[in-house]
Design a binder for this molecule. Structure first.
Ligand code: IMP
Ligand code: MG
Length: 205
């Protein structure tokens, strides 16, 4: 059946959101993630790191990162939601799904999609350190230029990014665009916040 391409819906516009501007291409992402995997492989020779992914945003990054690490690794996941505006974290974090594995004595690498203010990361680090891992490092795909955490705790990072709201490669706005293979800047067709919410809400990471 012949189809008119001009009639096809634009997959990069969903509701009020448009994600047409690519910040990091899929090819660049894959190369950077491979390099991070090689760095981790070299740093953890002889050890079996436990990758702890923060759902949902980190799932795609963690999946590619794990395949780029040439060591025996184990996975675990936690899900958190933060109180506050859904596009701005308050630092008050609730664990929605906790880890299955015991961290005691493990070499843990916390895998995050994006460090924005860093409040979620600060909370998670404190929480995980209290479980007595042998070591705890952070691997974040994206880190805001103006984050507010101590740089020394960001052991592995993919890219420094500006303050635009980003989607793709696991990151969402209102659960949309997580499946894009690249990272894009999302625009909203109004002057509201990207999630359109007002006041206090609880949002998934
Ligand atoms: P923080 O506590 O301010 O560092 O916020 C971190 C969390 O907010 C991330 O794990 C993401 O879930 C979410 N987040 C922050 N910025 C963005 C963005 O640009 N796009 C999608 N999610 C974001
Ligand atoms: Mg998120």
């Amino acid at each position: 059946m012949a189809s008119d391409p001009s009639a096809a819906p634009d997959p990069l516009t969903v509701g009020r959101y448009t994600a047409s501007s690519v910040l990091v291409s899929a090819v660049d992402l894959q190369a950077r993630v491979r390099a991070l995997g090689e760095e981790i492989t070299a740093d953890y020779v002889g050890r079996e790191p436990l990758l702890v992914g923060v759902l949902k945003g980190a799932f795609m990054f963690m999946s590619d990162l794990a395949r780029a690490i040439d060591l025996p690794v184990e996975f675990d996941f936690m899900a958190v939601s933060s109180y506050g505006h859904s596009t701005r974290s308050s630092g008050v974090v609730r664990i929605v799904k906790d880890l299955d594995l015991d961290l005691a004595g493990r070499d843990v690498i916390l895998v995050e999609d994006i460090i924005d203010s860093g409040l979620t990361l600060n909370y998670l680090r404190r929480n995980l350190l209290a479980r007595n891992p042998a070591s705890l490092e952070v691997c974040a795909l994206l880190v805001r230029e103006n984050h507010k955490v101590d740089d020394s705790i960001l052991r592995y990072e993919g890219y420094r990014v500006p303050s635009d709201f980003l989607v793709g490669y696991g990151l969402d706005v209102d659960e949309k665009f997580r499946n894009l293979p690249d990272v894009r800047i999302v625009k909203v067709a109004s002057d509201e916040e990207p999630d359109g919410s007002e006041g206090e809400v609880e949002s998934a990471a």
